[in-house]
Ligand binder design. Structure first.
Ligand SMILES: Cc1ncc(COP(=O)(O)O)c(C=O)c1O
Length: 325
């Protein structure tokens, strides 16, 4: 039977990683997967993460199932940390296995809507958006974002491209440290973009992957907070893989802001998609998702107040950020 299996494309990032592993030179640089490494090429576990793991082992009293949308306290802490005062009862939240699953759940949801919206992407952008949207069967199109020769954001072309969007379409952008260009919009550009999205009835979808790596955790949340405060409907996907260096533990979340009349339906839709399509968080590795959630551990990681933790933007955060620049 398996002789009928079709050839699947190999992930280009993994091809690059193989080349890197085979290259004997000592002064090589790995520009493939976005993983922090120290001067010895190691990806260390932060002390606060170790402490969180220790506390989890000591304090966890049950291994019972979680809700389909995961740990509500984790979602609440994370939502408040990232979106600040703009986060509240008007959001539907789900704990997900990393950022990729948050993106996939949303892609499924959009694809299943009676009149599926077009998801507008930036070109270039994170290489997994197209595979995720395609696998979900979502509709998507792209607008230019960055000119690699001129090394600048093609802002006017991006806005011009969005003129083709219809009300109810979705614009997927990154909140900070744009992957792969590293070029973030200026506050003025971002304000102009939000004006256009609002005027045209386009729903903003912000993907946050590198919080803490641009100017510090709070400052890096600024774009997402503006969107959250201004729009009645918006989407925020988060991965904590990079911020806490917990890549394999798969910690992430999906936040969807809806009008009140739609909220319970949205919660049921997200739950149904998680149950039917993406086996998270019931079968996800539990530890990563719990790092920022468990009692004082959320202080250590999310608020920076726990043992061994330092205020955000200092210590481990700033050290890794400075080395990454
Ligand atoms: C922009 C962006 N979004 C989402 C992700 C997915 O994160 P995760 O590894 O937690 O699935 C990444 C990972 O590189 C990313 O760069």
């Amino acid at each position: 039977m398996f002789e009928k299996l079709e050839e699947y494309p190999v992930d280009p990032i993994m091809i690059g990683a193989d080349y890197f592993a085979q290259d004997p030179r000592r002064d090589k640089l790995n520009l493939t997967v976005g993983i922090y490494q120290d001067q010895d090429g190691q990806t260390p576990v932060l002390r606060a993460v170790k402490e969180a793991e220790r506390r989890l082992v000591e304090t966890q009293m049950t291994k019972s199932y979680l809700a389909l949308t995961g740990d509500a306290e984790y979602c609440a802490v994370l939502g408040q940390e990232i979106l600040g005062a703009a986060f509240g009862a008007d959001w539907v939240a789900a704990q997900t296995s990393g950022g990729a699953v948050a993106l996939r759940v949303m892609a499924d949801l959009l694809a299943q809507m009676p009149e599926p919206p077009n998801v507008w992407l930036q070109t270039p952008t994170y290489g997994n958006y197209v595979p995720i949207l395609s696998a979900a069967g979502a509709r998507f199109a792209a607008v230019p974002y960055y000119d690699p020769i001129a090394r600048q954001i093609t802002f006017d072309q991006m806005l011009a491209g969005l003129n083709a969007a219809r009300p109810g379409d979705v614009f997927l952008m990154q909140g900070v440290c744009h992957n792969p260009t590293g070029a973030d919009m200026t506050p003025e550009q971002f304000a102009a973009l939000l004006d256009l999205l609002e005027a045209r009835g386009i729903i903003p979808w912000i993907d946050l992957a590198y919080l803490g790596f641009a100017q510090g955790f709070d400052a890096d949340c600024a774009m997402a907070r503006q969107v959250a405060a201004r729009f009645a409907e918006c989407i925020v996907c988060v991965t904590l893989s990079k911020s806490f260096g917990i890549y394999r533990d798969r910690a992430g979340a999906l936040f969807v802001k809806t009008r009140q009349a739609d909220r319970a339906r949205m919660h049921r839709a997200v739950s149904a998609i998680v149950r039917a399509r993406v086996p998270c968080p019931r079968s996800r590795p539990i530890r990563g998702a719990y790092h920022p959630a468990g009692s004082d551990v959320k202080g250590a990681l999310a608020a920076g107040t726990g043992p061994d933790a330092r205020p955000r933007g200092t210590g481990a955060y700033r050290y890794r950020r400075d080395r990454t620049e």
